[in-house]
Design a protein around this ligand. Structure first.
Ligand SMILES: [Zn+2]
Length: 116
């Protein structure tokens, strides 16, 4: 483990990023996509990088893998289930980790699949 960690050390944050989960919307916003556990609705969530994404610094920096994170409650239009999403992002706003209660994070591709 240590050997591999050292081997990939320069690209550490890049190698952890999960691609396909984030769609950029101009310079100051991104979209992520969650799916409701109860009804299966796929819900796009727009996040303003300037105000909604919080930078991990100070004591917070130790709490998660990302440089930025967001904690957001999402409610779809088909049911009243409250989906609690906590998502960690790297410096380029790619997802590195996520925890979603009552739902799950899906990729843009999975979100689009439904829309035809
Ligand atoms: Zn639902």
């Amino acid at each position: 483990m240590d050997f591999l960690a050292r081997l990939f050390a320069p690209g550490r944050s890049r190698s952890k990023a999960k691609t396909g989960y984030v769609k950029r919307d101009g310079r100051y916003a991104i979209w992520i996509y969650v799916q409701c556990d109860r009804c299966g609705e796929k819900i796009p969530v727009r996040l303003r990088t300037t105000s909604e994404l919080q930078k991990r610094e100070g004591p917070d920096a130790e709490l998660g893998p990302g440089q930025y994170f967001v904690r957001k409650t999402v409610v779809g239009s088909r049911c009243y289930q409250r989906i609690e999403a906590t998502v960690d992002f790297d410096a380029k706003y790619d997802v590195v980790d996520s925890e979603v209660i009552n739902g799950k994070l899906i990729t843009y591709g999975e979100y689009k699949k439904d829309e035809q």
